[in-house]
Design a protein around this ligand. Structure first.
Ligand code: ADP
Ligand code: MG
Ligand code: MG
Length: 343
């Protein structure tokens, strides 16, 4: 069997994908013949040299050859593992190309990837599945540059600051709809910062979510499968810093995780019940990490988001939760490949 592992990508999470791929590559069984393709931040595709095994290293492109006929190249594999995070990787776009090439691939398909990536769209699907979420408003940057809040009746409200104060109260989180790794995500405590932060988030996406800030314990649950799902125990993020920012996720050695979470069993049971419901709500395939907030003030549990291509770095929760469930990463990668082939 010939497998293509794809790493890098054009998103703000390019570097994370390269770290994930180093681990995934190590976990692929010897029987499988593997090629690794790198997508640069600019979007060029390279077949990486066989000798390279640390894709996070600066020399990842040493000895690489540029791929000219992208479709023909993809079609020459039996299965593809697009280990990309964020835009053009986790959002249904590369999945669409793979569908057109008729090559099986690991993970969520087009609509599930796109829906889970887009926080505004995902909210609507989760709502329809009766999953509790943090109260929010949906803001939108019109093509004339002005931000408006979209009401359910589709009318536009320009009184953004008033609406935020009235409907949600401060502090709030302002986040770009299609982003990840906390890029374009800000906590806003002061009224005067609402509009500037909205503009900043708007640089990543014209759709922006404004959410009531929760005094949250962050809890994560991993699912694996197509029809029948394996649901992991619940893990807890212990972020260092004000919230789980890009830096606290990947650079701050004081951020930590623990499995199982140090919260009531009833909370864990509830999350394990809701994670597959969230996965099915976006019509998920293969894998996802479902992230929840426990509101420390009220005891309420909310679904925050689901990530259809969660990190596989050394400190990533998805492979740790699966290992805890008795599926070490070598077996996990193998099962993901089988799940890609079975559909
Ligand atoms: P991303 O897809 O970038 O991970 P998230 O919605 O998970 O986006 O937000 C990133 C982080 O910001 C979360 O892990 C959490 O630390 C914090 N956060 C986001 N929304 C809220 C909220 N409503 N209340 C409290 N913290 C939040
Ligand atoms: Mg995310
Ligand atoms: Mg998140």
């Amino acid at each position: 069997m010939k497998l293509l592992l794809i790493c890098g990508g054009q998103s703000t999470e390019h570097s994370i994908s390269r770290m994930s791929c180093t681990n995934i590559r190590k976990s692929i069984k010897d029987e499988i013949s593997v090629e690794v393709m790198g997508i640069t931040k600019e979007g060029s595709w390279y077949k990486l040299a066989d000798e390279v095994r640390d894709y996070a290293s600066e020399n990842w492109l040493e000895g690489a050859t540029e791929i000219k006929d992208n479709f023909a190249y993809l079609k020459s594999f039996d299965v593809v593992f697009p280990a990309l995070h964020g835009l053009y990787g986790e959002d249904g776009t590369i999945q669409g190309i793979l569908e057109m090439c008729n090559v099986p691939y690991v993970g969520c398909r087009v609509i599930d990837s796109a829906a889970a990536m887009d926080k505004v769209v995902a909210k609507k699907l989760f709502n329809a599945a009766n999953i509790k979420q943090v109260p929010s408003l949906y803001a939108f940057k019109r093509y004339d540059g002005e931000f408006v809040i979209i009401n359910d009746d589709t009318s536009e409200d320009r009184e953004i600051v008033e609406r935020v104060k009235h409907d949600l109260g401060l502090p709030v989180f302002i986040k770009a709809s299609r982003s990840g790794s906390s890029v374009g995500c800000y906590k806003v405590t002061r009224e005067e910062d609402i509009l500037p932060r909205l503009q900043e988030a708007g640089q990543y996406d014209r759709k922006v979510l404004i959410e009531k800030a929760i005094n949250a314990t962050e809890l994560e649950c991993a699912v694996l499968g197509n029809d029948d799902l394996i649901v992991s125990r619940v893990g807890q993020i212990l972020p260092h810093g004000e919230f789980y920012t890009f830096e606290s996720k990947y650079e701050d050695k004081q951020s930590a995780t623990c499995i199982p979470a140090r919260v009531d069993q009833s909370v864990q049971d509830y999350i394990r019940k809701m994670a597959p419901i969230a996965f099915k709500a976006v019509d998920g395939h293969g894998l996802a990490r479902c992230d929840f907030f426990l509101d420390n003030d009220t005891g309420e549990v909310y679904l925050n988001e689901i990530n259809t291509l969660p990190g596989f770095t050394n400190i990533s929760m998805y492979p740790m939760l699966m290992a805890d469930a008795g599926i070490p990463t070598t077996e996990l990668v193998d099962r993901l490949i089988q799940l890609a082939l079975e559909r």
